[in-house]
Design a protein around this ligand. Structure first.
Ligand code: SF4
Length: 377
């Protein structure tokens, strides 16, 4: 990607996103109250993380699901590989944690046919690039570039507009959803009391990924746990509002495999949806982070991506700042949490813009200062 293309792409994204978030927050002021309640609920979980992981695992099992605690990416890859077994076709809904663990590449290396189904992820899979933003992984691509990349699925394609590019991907992926035997998603929030996962989206790909295949695997960091289902709904409201995508087109709630109670009110499984539901909870540095009073603030991040657009460093450096999939101010924190890499923290200019706009009130510059301090000890 040339530097000038990055500047065009980021300017278009910033101009679209910032005014939209502002108008959402003006129109739906209850979001401001929701974000304070959510911060308190997430702090409660971080302070008692082991207990909440235990409660969540118990709840998932109660719903007929399978649940695992993976200590790192390697363990998560082995669990996924075992669940997939000899099934060969897999669709994936956008998941940063799946990227963190290298799930897609691992399955491809094992000879599986694997397709990302979120349009942005699909484009970067085709162009063999890392994601450049947590909610818009192909944000570095202009429309003109995306129309060239989509030709990889049909060299005769001459699509140009945003709508035509989306239509081309839709046509190609439809059959993949129908054929897929396994669907892999992330989770925006997990409720400890009910063992449910909530996923927000606009494309409909996550709904198809989690419903159509016979096996659904969800993989998420332990910091996605909140005490109750009510808090999980708060999280999806706040995340989508601060991402500039409120109301989200779809909110998907999954509590175990599909089931029916239609005969004599006896609940049996499966029904039309997946026969199996697996939740993989990932540590990979999160438990250690929870023990540090300053670093633990990073675990409050709900991945709304707002800090990126208000950061002068990200606006210049884009995906070159941080370790994929973690870019921008949140990425400078998370590159350290999961990869132990303190270098991204050194590039922070301490403008403080990120802190002002973060819905979780994370003092990002202070967390980055803490990382620098630990790294030079
Ligand atoms: S650090 Fe705050 S603003 Fe940035 S992605 Fe996370 S929650 Fe959003």
């Amino acid at each position: 990607m040339s530097e000038s293309i990055w500047y065009v792409a980021i300017e278009r994204a910033v101009n679209n996103n910032i005014p939209r978030v502002k108008s959402i927050l003006e129109r739906h002021q209850y979001i401001l109250d929701a974000r304070s309640r959510l911060r308190q609920a997430k702090l409660e979980v971080i302070r008692n993380l082991k207990e909440y992981v235990g409660m969540t695992m118990e709840s998932v099992r109660r719903n007929g699901g399978n649940v695992y605690l993976a200590k790192d990416g390697g363990e998560a890859r082995s669990i996924v590989e075992k669940i997939v077994g000899d099934r060969s076709t897999i669709v994936m809904g956008k998941s940063m944690v799946a990227y963190e663990c290298g799930i897609r590449q691992h399955l491809i290396n094992k000879g599986k046919e694997v397709w990302e189904t979120d349009l942005g992820e699909f484009l970067i899979q085709l162009s063999n690039e890392p994601p450049s933003h947590i909610i818009a992984p192909a944000i570095h691509m202009t429309r003109e570039q995306a129309s060239k990349v989509i030709k990889k699925i049909d060299s005769t394609s001459s699509v140009q507009s945003h709508e035509e590019i989306a239509g081309e991907a839709r046509k190609f992926l439809r059959q993949k959803f129908i054929n897929a035997e396994v669907g892999i998603t992330g989770a925006n929030a997990i409720s400890a009391d009910t063992g449910s996962i909530l996923l927000i989206e606009n494309e409909g790909n996550i709904r198809m990924t989690s419903i159509m295949p016979e096996v659904h695997i969800a993989i998420a960091g332990v910091e996605k746990i909140v005490p109750t289902l009510e808090h999980a709904f708060l999280e999806v409201m706040v995340q989508s509002a601060y991402a500039g995508l409120y109301p989200p087109t779809y909110v998907n709630l999954t509590s175990g495999p599909s089931s029916t109670g239609d005969i004599e009110m006896k609940r049996v499984s499966p029904a039309h949806g997946p026969k199996e539901f697996h939740l993989i909870l990932l540590d990979n540095g999160r438990f250690k982070t929870a023990d540090d009073p300053i670093l633990s603030e990073a675990l409050l991040c709900i991945r709304c991506g707002r800090c990126h657009f208000h950061c002068p460093v990200y606006r210049v450096m884009g995906q070159r700042w941080g370790d994929p999939p973690f870019t921008g101010p949140m990425g400078a924190m998370w590159s350290y949490v999961v990869y132990g890499d303190s270098k991204p923290s050194l590039l922070c200019a301490h403008s403080g813009g990120c802190r002002e706009v973060c819905p979780m009130d994370i003092n990002i510059p202070k967390v980055l200062e803490r990382i620098k301090y630990i790294a030079q000890k």
